[in-house]
Ligand binder design. Structure first.
Ligand SMILES: Nc1ncnc2c1ncn2[C@@H]1O[C@H](COP(=O)(O)OP(=O)(O)O)[C@@H](O)[C@H]1O
Ligand SMILES: O=c1ccn([C@@H]2O[C@H](COP(=O)(O)OP(=O)(O)O)[C@@H](O)[C@H]2O)c(=O)[nH]1
Ligand SMILES: [Mg+2]
Length: 242
């Protein structure tokens, strides 16, 4: 399993985010690598240092395109850790954090929470996890989100999934979602579709140009969609868990 150098752990865990940022700004390289040890691969009977950072997949698509549903399936089959940016933000609201009311009104309006808030939540979730493979669901939502993430984390995602779904299907799913979400109403979803087209599609295009994008047809049953997702992960090589 990917791990940070044990002797640095106390330092890293107490003021980890700040320290990582400082290291990265000062030295201009991926701070994760500095705190990581080699990856052991018992199957190959040896030590491999080919991959020192976790494997990160961004999962993108419009509201109701099935990101969360398919992430659950990927977790079950391929053992990823699912980090939903929306869930992290909703947790901030329910924990009455200082940003809670700002996040609530932003979500209600279908707008995007400032990058500094979301990136910090994602960074903390990654750094406090022992996992070495993450699905980051519903992030980055804007080019500004993407740039902030890549600067703070010091790495690009390994791959990006994009669930492509017609607007009328997404609206139907959101309005039937029934999870008591404040943004699952017709006015907010209309705004979210606009925001998706204006701000999120450029992120998807960016990763497409980089050859990292897997565009998945998001129509049909959950099972049918998962059968389109499965080969993407089946063909990958990950850092091996110890
Ligand atoms: N293939 C599908 N067909 C019909 N409904 C679906 C499908 N996939 C997901 N749903 C339902 O649509 C709603 C939105 O799905 P969700 O996974 O939350 O999408 P997202 O995270 O992209 O907003 C949920 O109620 C979910 O159960
Ligand atoms: O990186 C993110 C992810 C989510 N959100 C906000 O949280 C809402 C819900 O996001 P989520 O991913 O949960 O919605 P989904 O696409 O799954 O319906 C979005 O409309 C945004 O207002 C945000 O600002 N930044
Ligand atoms: Mg979701």
């Amino acid at each position: 399993m990917w791990r940070r150098v044990a002797s640095l752990s106390p330092l890293v865990s107490s003021s980890k985010s700040r320290l990582l940022n400082q290291v990265q700004v000062a030295y201009g390289f991926n701070a994760w690598q500095m705190f990581s040890t080699q990856v052991l691969n018992p199957a190959e009977g040896g030590v491999s240092d080919s991959r020192r950072t976790p494997f990160v997949t961004f999962v993108l698509g419009g509201p109701g395109s099935g990101k969360g549903t398919q992430c659950t399936r990927i977790v079950e089959t391929f053992g990823f850790t699912h980090l939903s940016a929306g869930d992290l933000l909703r947790r901030e609201i329910s924990s009455n954090s200082e940003n809670g009311s700002m996040i609530l009104s932003t979500i209600k309006e279908g707008k995007i929470v400032p990058s500094v808030v979301t990136v910090q939540l994602i960074q903390k979730a990654i750094e406090t996890s022992d996992s070495n493979r993450f699905l980051i669901d519903g992030f980055p939502r804007t080019e500004e989100n993407r740039i902030a993430y890549e600067r703070v984390i010091g790495a690009e995602p390994d791959i990006v999934l994009f669930f492509d779904c017609p607007e009328e299907e997404m609206v139907k799913r959101v309005l039937n979602r029934n999870q008591g979400r404040i943004d699952d109403n017709i006015d907010t979803v209309k705004e979210r579709l606009k925001v998706f087209a204006e701000l999120n599609l450029p992120v998807i295009k960016h990763y497409s140009k980089k050859g990292k994008l897997y565009k998945i047809d998001g129509t049909g049953s959950e099972d049918e969609i998962f059968e389109r997702v499965r080969p993407v992960f089946a063909a990958l090589r990950y850092p091996v868990l110890l």
